[in-house]
Design a protein around this ligand. Sequence first.
Ligand SMILES: [Cu+2]
Length: 364
Amino acid sequence: MDSDRTAPEPAAEESSLTRRSLLRKAGLTAAVGGAGAVLGARTASGATEGGQMGSASSAEMIAMHTVNHGGPTFRAQGMVDNSFNGFDPTEILRDFDWGRTSKLPNGQTLREWDVNAIDKDIEVAPGVKFPAWTFDGRVPGRTLRAKEGERLRINFGNGSAHPHTMHFHGIHPADMDGIAGLGAGLIHPGERTVYEFEAEPFGLHLFHCHAEPLAEHIARGMYGTMIIDPKAGRPAADEMVMVQAGYNTNFDGLGNQLYFVNGIPFCYMHVPVKVKKDQLVRLYLTNLLEYDPINSFHLHGNFFDYYPTGTRLEPSEFTDTISQVQGQRGILEMRFPHPGKYMFHAHKTEFAELGWMGFFEVEE
Ligand SMILES: [Cu+2]
């Protein structure tokens, strides 16, 4: 990836305050004003539903921050406070929640989870907080994992100040679809419901809130992963999950100011994903990015087998770059034959430079 930063702004763009020109202006400001002002910048946490935060300054401040972080010096700016957030992207990577199981009278395994909607400020860059709406206080929500043929039950409680739902991708009856007007419909603050369905088909799936305005509910952080393993399982591997998304920090619905996997921009630049030389690595990759039509994943110095949606056991492609629209997902399998650091990032390089980049660190 080209590490050079912002190109000079064409004069023709000066008059229109596009997302990109805003970022460039902010970058220029940062270069003049230094990073000191960034640390004082905080997004207002009291944004109302529907969402205007009321000023472009938060976006500018985050953009300033990002410009300082996107270039060669970003490491010096430090990491977000994982303890404040209550989650750590390095732990999210390999955190698969198998829930709790019991046997139904017919002998089928019932697998069950409790999930709660929670409003929560998240530090998305040092000193910069984003008023997220979450499942269980995390962005992304937990990775629910089950086996093909099980009965799945999700006990959902809404502890947020806004109505929400859980909409699962998979095969299920209409009244379990988690949308307004069907089944339990919208789950209002303080209410609870139960979603229950069969674990089918096997593959890599996802869930997200389906309350309106849908775009904002997703952009605020209400999504997570569901993995249904095939009955015979998959070959042993170092397994991990990455959920691609973004933060629209000025709530204008026009693209995003920050991009990431697993909730925190640049997280795996600060703390590379450690893997073993020659070991099979299986990456469950989903895309929940709102406001931008296409996301992508590119791996440096290596190729991978790609299994779209994970619903077939044969890969469709051997490549180093794939694209996903929102809701698309796929399984990547790779082995690293050489030790060292290998970058991975969106091959929409603008996204990469605004946070969606990281490193694998291959050890002997
Ligand atoms: Cu919602």
